[in-house]
Design a protein around this ligand. Structure first.
Ligand code: ADP
Length: 356
């Protein structure tokens, strides 16, 4: 169906009016020339009241300097995209809005004004602030809880060790089993609290401007894993790794958790083989840690990155279920992603990206 110019204009006008966003146009002197229904709802002025008025009636006094800057950019033909700012309603209340402003040209291509799309983001800003606040409270709580619980735990550990050293001879077999459970429980609790503290310590940070040598972070992780590497006869290798803009401790922790898991979740029949690789794709580094271990069923490959999520009982494999959650938190703070590709009994490849 081909529309006449008038029909096309009427259709466009009704689309503009039915938009949820306020759509406003103004000339290059900042005088309002059109005003849709959503603008009426959002700012409280009818089109009769505002057309012909300066756009500054919507701008709170402390933000008036924004308008000349916007007009200057428009005169140069530039767009302003998703500019988050505050505007004022007719009743004086303030609104958080996101503005997209584009130059409008006449038939000769001369810039004659601008169209503005204003989206109300007051609610979403409130929700983000509320989420940040409750996250901060939760982090604070997890930090204090894991920190403060270490003291009584230390007492349990010291006294159960003392009991074993001084009184084991006087305990019957049942008593010795109880003591073993006590020591095992305290050890598990210690791992859990240490990992929880490590998790809460990965809070927001600045991305460093200096690069670190990933080979050194890898070597340092290997040193910390020395015991389990020699106990399991693991063969761990890496190709030449790049220099990346990360904190050394973060990359070391990533390698340590992923290589540590590759060894821990090994196939009981074969010595672990772990291969670490890095490659660059555009502005992103891709790291992978591949193993020949027990693998993971497809339905679990996502949930294992959750807090305290484990696929095995403590008697089968030790751990807190926080290692991968820590990895995910680190990688996401750098704007990267982490995931696993795996099949049961066929090994796993954990991959993570770090934008350069
Ligand atoms: P933890 O090792 O303390 O249980 P993680 O968060 O490091 O906690 O890992 C979560 C779960 O993911 C593990 O319990 C295990 O079931 C699974 N997993 C992690 N790495 C591997 C791996 N390389 N091979 C097989 N399963 C793994």
């Amino acid at each position: 169906m081909i529309l006449t110019t008038d029909a096309r204009l009427a259709l466009l006008a009704s689309i503009v009016d039915s938009s949820d966003d306020a759509i406003i146009s103004k000339d290059l002197n900042g005088i309002i020339t059109t005003w849709n229904k959503s603008a009426e709802r959002l700012f409280g002025y009818t089109s009769e009241e505002v057309i012909g008025q300066p756009i500054t009636i919507l701008i709170p006094p402390d933000r008036l300097q924004e308008e000349p800057e916007i007009l200057q950019r428009l005169r140069k033909g530039e767009r302003v995209d998703h500019f988050e700012t505050v505007r004022r309603r007719k009743d004086g209340t303030l609104l958080d809005i996101s503005l997209t402003i584009s130059p409008v040209r006449d038939g000769n291509g001369t810039i004659v004004g601008a169209s503005k799309i204003a989206r109300n983001i007051t609610e979403s800003k409130k929700m983000v602030a509320e989420l940040q606040r409750s996250n901060a409270i939760l982090e604070e709580f997890a930090y204090s809880a894991s920190h403060d619980l270490q003291e009584p735990l230390r007492t349990v550990k010291i006294y159960s060790e003392l009991l074993r050293r001084r009184h084991a001879d006087h305990l019957d077999p049942d008593g010795l089993i109880v003591l073993d459970h006590l020591c095992g429980g305290a050890k598990r609790m210690e791992t859990l609290l240490n990992d929880l503290l490590a998790y809460t310590r990965v809070t927001r940070f600045e991305k460093p401007s200096e690069r670190i040598d990933a080979n050194l972070a890898y070597e340092s992780a290997l040193q910390n894993l020395g015991g389990s590497i020699s106990d399991s006869n693991a063969k761990v290798t890496a190709n030449s790794l790049p220099s990346v803009r990360m904190h050394f401790a973060h990359l070391q922790q990533l390698f340590q958790n992923l290589i540590g898991n590759a060894i821990k979740y090994r196939n009981p029949e074969t010595a672990p083989i772990v291969i670490i690789k890095a490659s660059r794709d555009a502005a992103v580094w891709h790291f992978s840690v591949e193993d020949n271990g027990i693998g993971i069923a497809p339905e679990f490959t996502r949930i294992i990155f959750g807090l305290f999520k484990r696929l095995h009982r403590a008697e089968e494999y030790s751990g807190s279920g926080l290692g991968l959650a820590i990895c995910q938190r680190i990688v996401e703070q750098y704007g990267g992603r982490i995931w696993v590709e795996s099949k049961p009994h066929q090994g796993s490849t954990f991959r993570f990206t770090i934008p350069d």
